[in-house]
Write a protein that binds this ligand. Structure first.
Ligand code: HEC
Ligand code: HEC
Length: 375
């Protein structure tokens, strides 16, 4: 009889094929793949940066994802670093008043105050300085203090440790923590009470310029044809928006409407879905979208379709503002009233916390054109 050796007897496993070893090899393989991918992406980003493909200009905001990333990084970092700071009592009125005086001198220019716009230069910063009435609702005093003292890298927020004493920084913190509970008129009264000689400004250096600059750049030497093409494109765009504007105003006041309110009282859907009216009623929608960022509207409003929407709810969200009957609770919603509100909210309603941001007529029309696309 032959040996009953089963023919299928498996060969003894090679030493490397032990399950643990096999698993380790697989993990190593995955890690290597991830590392290679990271290296390729980082390398690609480096090459793109070196070739100048990234636009560092502050006319355009960051991508939404960049803001999210920066915001998470900043809040986590502040949380972590401010942990051991214990805030002294901050309710003392004298301390708050002292803080107000210092705030006026060092912070107002960038952050504004209730009903007071930041200075013109601060409106063009990316990221823009946050309205602190919102911050102070969300952050504890020790974190506000830490940020004042240390500043924030890559944002434009200065470190004050070498400029102010500890006491002064706590005084500013005390005032900042009071901000969310101050309406514009109370803020003004407080400024008067501390006898600050600086008049309370209501507007960002109200624009003396007639028109904002075009978004496209001027003539480039050696590129006259391109420049001419751009100029005629601009002219065509201006013409189109003028035409669209007269359409919109015609729609806004249909024949027979005795008062502006007759139009707005009708449900929005009953107006003809005129393409011109939805896309560009009174100005340039595309330029308006950029202007919204340049006047820090998104610092206070959730505005659909713009970056950083909803990050700082100081004012009402502007969803479907194009269909709303009443603006800011006081004006019938017409294109003309919208432009008026955007240019001088505190003339319309002196109690309003929306500051006069120094918009030109063109800027206000372009922004309004964008807002009327929100339906
Ligand atoms: C040159 C402009 C500038 C000045 C002056 C300035 N800040 Fe800022 N501040 C910024 C910018 C920009 C940021 C970053 C905004 C962001 O990322 O939200 C910031 C962020 C902050 C934050 C965190 C707010 C948040 O919600 O992100 C606080 C708090 C703050 N500043 C307080 C102050 C105080 C108090 C002063 C005065 C002592 C001051 N800042 C002066 C520009 C400025
Ligand atoms: C500092 C915060 C702040 C900034 C910046 C700001 N707003 Fe406002 N906005 C408000 C507040 C607060 C209100 C509510 C005011 C009221 O009803 O009196 C408001 C009201 C409005 C309304 C009326 C909303 C409604 O529900 O009727 C519109 C439209 C508007 N803002 C657009 C803008 C635009 C466009 C910009 C940029 C040019 C801007 N806001 C900048 C705070 C702000």
């Amino acid at each position: 009889m032959a040996d009953p050796k089963p023919p299928t007897d498996p060969a003894p496993p090679p030493p490397t094929a032990h399950p643990h070893v096999r698993k380790r090899t697989r993990v190593k393989h995955v890690l290597m793949t991830i590392a290679t991918m990271i290296a390729v992406v980082a390398g690609g980003a480096g090459v793109a940066l070196y070739l100048g493909l990234y636009n560092v200009g502050a006319l355009r905001p960051h991508l939404e994802i960049t803001y999210k990333f920066l915001a998470i990084g900043m809040t986590r970092s502040v949380d972590e670093h401010a942990e051991d700071i214990v805030a002294p009592p901050l309710d003392d009125e004298a301390l708050v008043r002292r803080g107000l005086v210092l705030y006026q001198r060092h912070c107002l220019q960038c952050h504004g105050a209730p009903g007071v716009a930041p200075e013109a230069f601060a409106l063009g910063m990316v990221p823009h300085p946050a309205p602190l009435s919102h911050t102070a609702r969300e952050w504890p005093a020790n974190e506000v203090f830490w940020v004042i003292k240390h500043g924030i890298k890559m944002s434009g927020m200065p470190a004050w440790a070498f400029r102010l004493s500890e006491d002064e920084m706590w005084a500013i913190t005390a005032f900042t923590m009071r901000l969310p509970w101050l309406a514009p008129l109370e803020y003004e009264a407080m400024v008067r009470a501390v006898g600050d000689a600086t008049p309370v400004r209501h507007g960002a250096a109200a624009a003396e310029r007639e028109e904002g600059a075009p978004l496209t750049d001027g003539a480039v030497p050696g590129e006259p044809a391109k420049a001419a093409a751009r100029a005629s494109e601009e002219a065509a765009r201006a013409e189109a928006s003028r035409a669209a504007r007269s359409i919109a105003i015609a729609i806004a006041r249909p024949p027979g409407a005795t008062r502006e309110f007759d139009f707005v009282a009708k449900p929005a859907r009953s107006t003809p879905p005129a393409a011109g009216a939805t896309l560009a009623p009174i100005g340039d929608v595309v330029r308006g979208r950029v202007a919204i960022y340049q006047y820090v509207c998104t610092a206070c409003h959730h505005i659909p379709g713009t970056e950083r929407a909803g990050s700082a709810p100081v004012g009402p969200p502007l969803e479907a503002i194009g269909t709303r009957a009443v603006l800011a609770g006081v004006l019938p919603n017409t294109p003309e009233n919208m432009v008026r509100w955007l240019r001088e909210p505190r003339e319309v309603n002196p109690r309003s916390a929306m500051p006069d941001l120094g918009l030109t007529d063109r800027d206000a029309r372009d922004i309004a054109a964008y807002l009327y696309t929100l339906r």
